[in-house]
Design a protein around this ligand. Sequence first.
Ligand code: ADP
Ligand code: MG
Length: 199
Amino acid sequence: MKEKRRTAQTIIAADCAPSKAYVGIGSNMGNSRSHTAEAIQRIIKDKRVKLLAVSSLYLTSPVSRVTQNDFINCAISIVWDGLPHELLALLQGIENRMGRIRTVRHGPRTIDLDILLFGDLILSDPALKVPHQELHRRKFAVIPCLEIDPGLIHPVYGKPLRSFLAMISEKQKITKLERVGIDALASESHPASQWDLWE
Ligand code: ADP
Ligand code: MG
């Protein structure tokens, strides 16, 4: 059955029914595979989280103009038993504990955890925008979500998420890497740059 559409106004403490959320994970500093695995492990340790699916890992080119290494990206789908801002707080706590220091805006990061979708909720306040504002403009966010659920609809535009892919620049490079278990992820290393994969 289609989930009831909820807006910011309807997000009140009483409306705390579990929601299906998609979390985007990115890393381009240090051992990115291991950071990704650690982030997933920390997320699923929380009692309010039920893990539904983990996408493949993807090697992606940075979208920012800041010169930096390629990223490892993936997405997970979870059932979240709480409010959207509580999920944001969990993710930001994990970013902080994993040593993410916000220096250069759009610069390199050990771990970036974004709420990409939260059911069909549309929410915009200074701390949290859902769906993530850049979701439909970034292959590294769209493609892992579609791998998990090819039928996803963008709640703002009411269009299939896959329909945005054709509008995203060819400059955004993305290569699907292996599908591996979370434990295996933790023990592997990620070469600093693998641009040759696209040449
Ligand atoms: P980005 O992910 O865009 O590179 P940051 O991770 O540094 O940037 O996030 C900057 C701010 O974005 C955070 O402080 C957070 O409050 C805000 N934000 C707004 N919407 C979201 C969202 N959907 N997921 C995660 N952070 C968000
Ligand atoms: Mg972020």
